[in-house]
Design a protein around this ligand. Sequence first.
Ligand code: SAM
Ligand code: SF4
Length: 437
Amino acid sequence: MSNNNNPESGQSSLRARKRVCIITFGCQMNEADSELIGASFRKRGFEITDSLKAADAVVVNTCTVRQRAEDKAISQIGRLRKWKLARPNGRLFVVGCAAQKLGEKHLKNRFPFVDEVFGAKSIDSVDALVETHFGKSADGPETAGIFRSPVSAFVTVMRGCSLKCSYCIVPAVRGEAAYLKPEDILAEAKARIAGGAKEIVLLGQTVNSYSYKAPGGGLFFTELLSQAAGLPGLHRLRFMSPHPIYFTDDFFRVFRDNPKIARHIHLPVQSGSDKLLKAMRRGYTRARYLEIVAKIRAAAPEAAVSTDLIVGYPGETEADFRDSLSLVAESGVSFAYCFKYSRRTDEPGLAPDLDEKEIELRLDRLLEAVKKNSAGILNSRIGRIEDVLLEAEDFGRTSANFVVKPESGAGLEPGTLVRMEITGVVRNALKGRLIRS
Ligand code: SAM
Ligand code: SF4
């Protein structure tokens, strides 16, 4: 056992509890998986730490959605050589999507000091893996305090993805879509609320494709959403990411009628060009995307929509790129994550990859357009009265997912829902004044 309270030396000492440091790369699914891994360690008496020096075990949860993400994870593993040398009894696990793609053999050859390699498809057996190193679990409070923020918790509703977007490696490393049982999802959400969560985020790669077949009937996304929104003690329900092809009229009705469902939808579009949407095999057109955004706003005029965009997909002409630029303003998205195309498993066959410099220039132009658009949308919120869920004394979020910084944090309790008047904009956030009732 490597009990250690001298972070510099890595030697044994009197510290009673062991610690695990979980380093997470990539998307919310990875963050949710890290929470599961953390729970396994907690059940065995571990504390979670951010400090590598204080850690008895390290888990690197890797991403491979873009080459850069994979490279970052690989460099991180390389840097852990020293950590392992100083702690021969320490345990180093490499898990997640890059682990799935590269495989145990490759990673252990390259990094012989790694103890276990565990791909994203095996996440359900993580507890068994931790058991082989650290023994059977005690009945510890496994979910207590494991949240994406002090008040918000992820709840996974599906694993994998069955769509075949041309550029995307996710289905290859996470497998076909598999939906969790509704009763398990709701039980997990209840446990998180009992542990202090005020907000739940339902997670899945195409979360609104959720369906669960059972004898005598099934359950679809909107029913799951309604049931989750009705859980006692819950202030707010979010979900991500929905896919444009799975929106139904029923969804817009449930969304309209249930204000606990957050007035923010992250709806990745990827491109504003119909030619590229087709090449990417996204299954919708620009017009259909804009129609969905309009329906979201018709159901809830105060709702914000954000998106993901890919720049430099092979064959993207200046005209295609301009279609993405114009979509930002036309859809009125509050924010957009913009990514340079990274070749993964696909062979687009449309055209050679674009010149890297040209992609950089387009990315800068797109980021500028997004920034300008977001500034306008933030300013349009000034004067509104908003319910703000406080995540800290000096930080909260509106239902539309805008960050609000209170003008004065005195006496504000994280986890409470407070009314604020929006008084201004500070960088990418809103400023709010508490309205005392
Ligand atoms: N399932 C979500 C959807 O379809 O909207 C997206 C999941 S993916 C992990 C997150 C984002 O990464 C995508 O929306 C896309 O913008 C981006 N992405 C995925 N593959 C990419 C690639 N090869 N190059 C650049 N960006 C990529
Ligand atoms: Fe990847 Fe497309 Fe599935 Fe999203 S929907 S995870 S982009 S294949």
